[in-house]
Design a protein. Structure first.
Length: 354
């Protein structure tokens, strides 16, 4: 039995209907003979199409499936469910909490349980891939986030999965190279943190699910959005967006999570083999992702998007506006200062605490 998190908004369980819960449990019913979690087949759910050319998360999932099979001598086999086939972010997280499965979740899936995860999205927290990977793989802050997810929901944080590089802005109104260029524009947001960021630049933000983003941009519900080049290509957003701004304001990542009871139920050797597969698959996916970044940008340019590279002075303007506004937003969410302190210390940015 997991420990229910204390939240100021309705919890995942409260929003999850009985019908959905029964369905989620049936997904893993074949895996739950007796009290044993030593399953032969485990479901792995994630967002996006099963397209290795456009979906970095799918590349990770496919590689993990192969490596888990190899390293556990077939004792564990993964069944892949791309394209959110098992439900939206909240439904899939609920399933992970209650059944023996794996899930690649975004901020929208994890934040209702651990709101403190938003601290890791402070603008310009990382200069490059190496800095971001060190932060998540070795930092004290991320270990605390992992501990909180385990304690509050019975879900294990297994890996931070890159979803295609750093976030870029797109829109169909005008080139954006400075925060002033955002004035009056309407942007699709992934979560409340992005709304706060857009508002700091003078734009408005509206949370819109990824599955509705293309149509929102096409119909003018939103003028723009923010995603890594991979997702812009994956969603064919170049068809409805003219301008691509490479501000690299935030690191783009998702999170491999798994049911804690399932993992605890494996013997030490099986658990060790599984975690070796996770580490190797993540390493391989990261290398593949970094190699593809420039090619993805070139592809978007070939599709007709105008690529804007802000100058150092313009990037400084984004940083000078975005960072303080975002830190203020974190405080407004009543996130304890210690989380922010730990993250900034891990990122080598403790000067922001002055």
């Amino acid at each position: 039995m997991f420990k229910q998190p204390v939240l100021t908004q309705p919890t995942l369980t409260q929003r999850f209907s009985l019908k959905q819960l029964i369905s989620a449990c049936l997904i893993g019913s074949a895996l739950m003979a007796g009290n044993s979690f030593a399953a032969t087949t485990i479901n792995l759910s994630y967002n996006g199409a099963p397209d290795p050319e456009k979906n970095a998360v799918h590349v990770f999932a496919e590689n993990l499936k192969t490596l888990v099979d190899e390293k556990t001598d077939g004792e564990i086999q993964l069944e892949l469910y791309p394209n959110s086939m098992l439900g939206d972010e909240e439904e899939r997280m609920e399933q992970t909490m209650n059944t023996p499965m794996l899930n690649v979740a975004s901020f929208a899936g994890v934040s209702p349980l651990v709101d403190e995860i938003f601290v890791s999205a402070i603008p310009f927290l990382f200069d490059d891939f190496a800095a971001a990977r060190s932060f998540f793989d070795e930092g004290a802050y991320w270990q605390e986030v992992s501990n909180a997810l385990q304690e509050r929901a019975g879900v294990a944080m297994l890996a931070v999965v890159e979803e295609g590089g750093f976030l870029a802005f797109t829109n169909n109104e005008r080139p954006i190279s400075h925060p002033d260029d955002f004035e009056g524009l309407r942007f699709r947001a992934m979560d409340p943190s992005q709304v706060a960021l857009y508002e700091s630049f003078g734009a408005s933000g509206t949370p819109i699910p990824w599955t509705e983003t293309y149509m929102a941009l096409r119909t003018g519900v939103a003028d723009g959005q923010m995603n890594p080049p991979m997702y812009i290509s994956l969603g064919s957003l170049y068809e409805v967006q003219d301008y691509l701004t490479l501000a690299n304001i935030q690191y783009s990542n998702q999170f491999l999570v798994g049911n804690s009871d399932m993992i605890a139920g494996w013997d030490d050797e099986l658990r060790s083999s599984f975690m070796e597969a996770v580490a190797e698959a993540n390493h391989n996916a990261r290398e593949h992702n970094e190699e593809q970044v420039e090619a993805r940008i070139t592809y978007l340019e070939e599709q007709g998007m105008e690529v804007i590279l802000p100058s150092e002075e313009e990037l400084s303007a984004f940083r000078d506006i975005g960072q303080p506004a975002y830190l203020e937003w974190l405080e407004e969410r009543d996130i304890e200062q210690r989380w922010i302190d730990m993250a900034l210390e891990d990122a080598g940015m403790s000067e922001l605490l002055d």
